[in-house]
Design a protein around this ligand. Structure first.
Ligand code: SF4
Length: 708
């Protein structure tokens, strides 16, 4: 129950007299109360519009001489006796439902651990995908006395829009902002947004706790109290913008563990912080502003990780900026995770791959498939660029480490690239893209430079001719080296990479299609061009239509390559000059292989209800399929497909069926491209890429099968 809510619910006497002399509750409407409550009280309580006092409080007022003391005592005793409480709402607007905002949980946990008012701070989490009106409505219903938003580049524009409306409907609510997006230009934020009372700068736990106390205790001079809170910038009652001094960085061990009740985080990604800060100084990154790194003690970290392991949460993402910046600690953590594996939980880290040493790599190599995944920032393979952005990276070492991890095949590696960096034009970026693609990451994240307030890049933007969007996320438009048209091309390429590479739904077909292009970048640029020319970017697609567009684009490309005068076949052998028939046969074989690989990709992910138009009809085989399901004891959900030996080999599956069976079933043991009944079992999936288990059952006797 908030102050305002309670006051509205209780009948108030317009003249300030007791409603019922027998009752311990009397009502006072504050404007009238000004005549007998000292001015200070009236001013303070006007903040809450109306308030009710018990008889005890009225008596106390009469006894008390000092207005300030009356104000303070009255507030505290009245509120607690009448069950009225201050409501401070910590609000997060996440980019996706599955995310949770660690910052607001940490602020609340720290506050609750250090305050005797444990019930004043509430949390509210929303997403940027919700309607703004829905969020405003929900916040209004909560009637907060203080409303604090956690601000990042992905939500700041929405928050600014919302606070304009919120201030209209909650005029007495003080609005505070915090987070990286407002920490580096707090004064500007306050100047530009008159609805905001103040900004919490930087690390927030201690600051928020002290700020909340100012409101909770509501001393005789709240503004005087605010001046004592370090690291805030606020608007005084006279309209002046006041900044308080900075505070010491916190000891990480003083942070409470926020995941005491795991039920709150069901179906959410768990974010965990075992360190703050980064020892490196990349000029585009805010983590480089303070080079200091602070660690949470390992015994504490182990105990907390064990809680996640015991709860069998699906994924824990470390938000540590460079997880492996300390060898001894990294090795201890990796060893702990390997030896305490629960068989389920996946741990995600951001690492500097070139720093991983032999011992750490050996720990990783010995881990269960899918126990950890690594996010590795490469950003560029252009050494001049790397130097210009103050990045410390040994590219050759990084390549070796990525290859070493890849060779074991038990860990997903996400490699990041940034477009729009200094000294990288489109051509040079293509090379960075190809270099990173050739490292065979499981995810290739193509990002665009964001010029963040507070970063060194922000200061150097003019020097590099970097022009970027004025509002968040401050993404690059063009630079001295790359034009806006180039940026648009890369945006389209990025969309293709997301769809056809990072989705991991086209692994085999995409790998094969790559053979028809000079470089990986050329393939994605071709797909982007195909989408552009066919107006496909502007349309929403179902999963099946995505497959169909990919099939159509690939078919066109295979035909173009074969019809080109200097065409070479896919294995690199020059086709006989003028031999159109041979070319056509080759093209048909290539198309057939591509189609089967696409069918393989499709069914490896999902047993679709609708059969794609490019897949052959399996209706004539329905009896054989039914029989096979029984004979091979396959689950009901399994899918059966007829695939050629060549397709399966191309997909990395060795065809090792007993020859005897081959002869019995086909009668053609030497057939160059025998077809094999293949089963996809969705009840057994890979924990790395979620692909179904694939079984080769038997060579097909096509004619005989159909007869049954
Ligand atoms: S980009 Fe990564 S390595 Fe560089 S300063 Fe930021 S967190 Fe540290």
């Amino acid at each position: 129950m908030s102050l305002r809510h309670t006051a509205n619910d209780i009948g108030l006497s317009p003249n300030g007299k007791a409603l019922d002399s027998d009752s311990s509750i009397v009502g006072v409407r504050v404007p009238q109360a000004q005549s007998f409550i000292p001015r200070m009280i009236a001013r303070d309580f006007l903040h809450y519009r109306t308030i009710c006092f018990g008889a005890k409080q009225i008596a106390m007022m009469a006894d008390e001489k000092s207005p300030a003391r009356i104000s303070h005592r009255l507030f505290a005793t009245s509120c607690s006796e009448m069950g009225i409480k201050m409501k401070i709402l910590l609000t997060a607007v996440n980019s996706k439902y599955i995310h949770s905002n660690l910052a607001v949980y940490s602020l609340k946990a720290y506050h609750d651990a250090h305050s005797d008012r444990k019930d004043t701070v509430e949390l509210a989490e929303y997403t940027i995908n919700q309607l703004q009106e829905e969020i405003i409505k929900d916040i209004y219903k909560k009637q907060p006395d203080v409303l604090a938003f956690s601000c990042y580049i992905w939500n700041i524009e929405m928050i600014h829009r919302m606070i304009c409306e919120l201030k209209k409907i909650l005029p007495d609510t003080d609005i505070w902002l915090g987070g990286p997006e407002v920490s580096y230009d707090a004064k500007e934020v306050l100047k530009n947004h008159p609805q905001i009372k103040g900004v919490m700068i930087g690390e927030g736990e201690q600051t928020f706790c002290e700020l909340a106390a100012c409101y909770e205790n509501f001393d005789e001079n709240c503004e005087k109290e605010l001046l004592k809170v370090r690291q805030i910038c606020f608007r005084s009652q006279t309209g002046e913008i006041v900044a308080t001094p900075y505070r010491e960085l916190m000891n990480m061990d003083e942070l409470p563990f926020v995941y005491q009740d795991m039920r709150v985080f069901e179906h959410k990604i768990i974010y965990y912080e075992s360190s703050r800060g980064c020892p490196f100084g990349c000029s585009y990154c805010l983590s480089s502003v303070s080079r200091s790194v602070r660690f949470r003690s390992l015994p504490l970290v182990f105990a907390e990780l064990q809680i996640f392991l015991d709860a069998k949460v699906p994924q824990v993402k470390f938000v540590d900026r460079t997880f492996n910046c300390n060898h001894e600690r990294t090795l201890a953590l990796l060893h702990f995770l390997r030896t305490h594996d629960n068989g389920v939980t996946n741990f995600h880290f951001e690492v500097a791959a070139d720093l991983l040493n032999e011992a750490e790599l050996a720990e990783i190599a010995a881990m269960r498939e899918g126990l950890v995944q690594l996010e590795i920032g490469v950003q560029s393979t252009n050494l001049q660029t790397i130097e210009a952005i103050d990045r410390t990276m040994n590219l050759e070492k990084l390549k070796k480490v990525v290859a070493s991890v890849h060779s074991v095949g038990n860990v997903h590696q996400h490699l990041d690239l940034i477009a729009g960096l200094p000294y990288e034009n489109l051509e040079r970026f293509e090379q960075s893209f190809n270099d990173v693609y050739n490292m065979q990451p499981d995810q290739l994240q193509l990002g665009f430079l964001k010029v963040l307030k507070g970063s060194k890049m922000y200061q150097n933007a003019k020097e590099y001719g970097i022009v970027y969007i004025d509002t968040a996320p401050y993404e690059v438009l063009y630079t001295k080296w790359i034009s806006y048209a180039d940026v648009l091309t890369l945006k389209a390429v990025e969309e293709m990479v997301e769809l056809y590479y990072n989705s991991r739904q086209y692994v085999q077909s995409l790998t094969y299609l790559r053979e028809f292009f000079d470089t990986p970048y050329a393939m994605f640029a071709y797909l982007a061009d195909y989408y552009e020319k066919n107006g496909l970017f502007a349309v929403k697609h179902s999963r099946m239509t995505r497959y169909q567009h990919f099939y159509d684009a690939a078919k066109l490309r295979i035909m173009q390559v074969q019809k080109a005068p200097d065409s070479a076949d896919f294995s690199g052998t020059q086709a006989e000059s003028g031999c159109e028939k041979t070319k056509d046969m080759q093209m048909e074989a290539q198309l057939e292989l591509f189609t089967e690989l696409l069918i393989f990709d499709l069914y490896e992910r999902e047993n679709l209800k609708t059969r794609p138009p490019f897949a052959p009809d399996l209706q004539p085989y329905k009896n054989v399929i039914r029989e096979m399901a029984v004979v091979y004891a396959m689950p009901k959900t399994a899918h059966f497909e007829l695939l050629s030996e060549r397709t399966l080999q191309k997909a990395g599956i060795s065809v090792d069926l007993p020859e005897r069976e081959s002869q019995k079933q086909t009668g053609r043991p030497d057939s160059p491209n025998r077809r094999i009944w293949t089963a996809f079992d969705y009840e057994k999936r890979s924990c790395l890429d979620y692909g179904a288990a694939v079984y080769l059952l038997a060579f097909a006797d096509t004619a005989g099968d159909k007869k049954q």
